[in-house]
Ligand binder design. Structure first.
Ligand code: FAD
Length: 531
């Protein structure tokens, strides 16, 4: 008998929470998951907007932990659409009977640690209170949707939507005048899909983004079978790449390659489609001139595709490096602006002044709409955690500790918050990788750690402050050697007014990072205080 409810509680039932539950249950830990939604899937439960699709290829955007699972699931397209990923998550939940240990429609409001009992107490929106030895956050990096605080928003008489909280029954835009605010990854996917059936679409763009074509297509069964036959090797290879994907890097500096071959390499990647475009040259994210070569290539493509030169110019990113904001992967994005029913408003020249009862006033002009779609992104990485009242030793709040930016050891633990683990937290490669690869690595590492603690009889584990300080310095040092901090991106918190500008993900690569984590585990978890 224990004097607490669960060995571990997990917050979130997306890819991370589901696998965490399975691993801990398999290892004999009593485990319970809390999830706001009424089913599994996380990102792919919430993001049901038209055009929602993953940028990582289907055959790699899925779990690799169970050979039978990865063999039995059949993907239909090169890149999976939201509905297909959600069905996959539901299949996983059924297959391992995960729902038995998940409380749905239940949000964790607070989690408070007691050093007397070495337990976490969780309180939920359903009035439940439970205790657990370990608390594992699987709240996701991009799950705290945000709409900027536009004046007049409440007065709008039409419909409003956020891409990350899309109605389950779908939205019929036919015959409607629709505004889409935001041109990040979600906006770039949604705009062409909405433009196909709305009467009129006006896009409000603050920052033009670089986007490369996806070249999505049905997945050829022979191609699928070939990959599956070689899955163990391909998966192992992907795990040992910087981004957890098989992007076929040339490994060469752009300057080593003769000019006509450089262009041919980019042509090949543009035709092939996908974010592997960024891996054409080894120095794209390290050197401004190298980056400019690929950036200029995309600018040329925009000029080629978009017929109206003024619109093309507005869509062209010029003041930050390619890739420093998440590169977008699209289907017909730029070409959509050739449609007569699509218009672009450049918010840099014409900022939104107010939402009016009938539309949006920007740069002194009133635009009338039946619906406004906010593709305005997320309070990334720290947002979902800071929305929970998490208190560690001496009542310290996590959001206070992180008020100048997140501080973690390995992205997985933070000093002053014993027995708390964060899956793909700030300070880990997370959003700069194929997230499934990063999630599997973290979940397995944390599960192994809990087994170690149980075997050794420890009941309290905390990141040491000096180890954390060193890790934060390392994360910053690696980031500042790259071009990533040169864009006002959500990686830096720049999309949220008042959020501290700290580069949050770790840029050392999932391969290097895995080695560091393994080394920490292999040395009896150096950098942690165990009791
Ligand atoms: P999530 O899937 O975000 O799940 C977290 C869950 O926690 C949510 O269901 C949420 O409801 C729940 N939760 C949060 N707080 C609480 C609380 N207090 N109480 C209870 N429940 C809570 N990644 C890629 O690798 N490639 C891509 O191409 C890609 N495309 C993306 C496109 C979009 C539009 C978005 C939003 C994300 C994309 N991602 C992509 C990132 C994606 O989030 C991850 O790949 C992955 O789905 C994350 O899984 P997760 O379980 O960590 O988090």
């Amino acid at each position: 008998m224990t004097d607490y409810d669960f060995d571990a509680c997990v917050i979130g039932a997306g890819f991370a929470g589901m696998y965490m539950l399975k691993r801990l249950r398999d290892a004999g830990f009593t485990t319970h998951v809390f999830e706001t939604a009424d089913d599994v899937g996380g990102t792919w439960y919430w993001n049901r907007y038209p055009g929602a699709r993953c940028d990582v290829e289907s055959l790699y955007y899925c779990y690799s932990f169970d050979e039978e699972l990865q063999q039995e699931w059949e993907w239909s397209e090169r890149y999976p659409a939201q509905q297909e990923i959600l069905r996959y998550c539901q299949h996983v939940a059924d297959r391992y009977d995960l729902r038995a240990d998940i409380s749905f429609s239940t949000t964790v409001e607070s989690a408070i640690y007691s050093d007397d009992t070495r337990l976490w107490t969780l309180r939920t929106t359903t009035g439940r209170e439970v205790t657990a030895r370990y608390l594992i956050s699987a709240v996701g990096c991009l799950s705290a949707a945000r709409v900027p605080d536009f004046p007049g928003l409440d007065a709008f008489r039409g419909e409003t939507y956020h891409t990350g909280q899309w109605p389950h029954e779908g939205v019929d835009f036919s015959g409607k005048r629709v505004a889409v605010v935001g041109t990040g990854s979600s906006g770039i996917q949604a705009i062409p899909a909405i433009a196909r059936y709305a009467e009129d679409v006006t896009v409000f763009q603050r920052t033009p983004n670089y986007s490369v074509p996806a070249r999505n297509r049905p997945l050829d069964p022979a191609e699928q079978a070939k990959v599956k036959a070689d899955y163990p090797r391909l998966r192992a290879e992907a795990r040992m790449t910087p981004a957890g994907t098989l992007a076929e890097p040339t490994g060469k500096s752009v300057f080593e390659v003769p000019e006509d071959e450089r262009r041919a390499e980019l042509d090949r990647r543009w035709e092939n489609g996908g974010a592997a475009f960024l891996a054409a040259f080894a120095d794209t994210m390290l050197n401004v001139e190298a980056n400019e070569f690929s950036a200029d290539y995309v600018r040329g493509k925009i000029r080629e595709i978009v017929r109206d030169p003024d619109t093309a110019e507005k869509l062209t990113p010029r003041d930050y490096p390619l890739g420093a904001k998440r590169i977008c992967v699209d289907t017909d994005y730029y070409a959509t602006y050739n449609r007569p029913n699509v218009h672009l408003v450049d918010l840099r020249a014409n900022p939104i002044e107010t939402i009016t009862p009938t539309g949006i006033r920007a740069g002194g002009t009133d635009h009338e709409f039946d619906a406004i779609v906010f593709a305005t992104g997320y309070d990334a990485m720290t947002g979902p955690l800071n929305r929970i009242d998490i208190r560690g030793t001496n009542g310290q709040r996590l959001r206070d500790k992180w008020s100048a930016g997140p501080r973690t050891y390995l992205g997985v633990a933070t000093a002053g918050f014993p027995n708390l683990f964060i899956i793909t937290g700030p300070g880990s490669p997370s959003v700069l990788s194929n997230m499934i690869v990063s999630i599997e690595q973290h979940v397995e590492w944390v599960a192994d750690y809990l087994e170690y603690l149980r075997d050794k009889g420890f009941t309290r584990v905390e990141a040491a402050l000096d180890a954390e300080d060193q890790w934060v310095d390392h994360v910053n040092e690696v980031a500042s050697a790259t071009l990533y901090p040169k864009a006002a991106s959500w990686y830096l918190g720049a999309n949220v007014p008042g959020k501290p500008r700290v580069f949050m993900p770790y840029l050392g690569g999932v391969d290097v990072y895995r080695g560091i984590c393994d080394d920490v585990a292999g040395s009896d978890y150096k950098g942690f205080l165990l009791q």
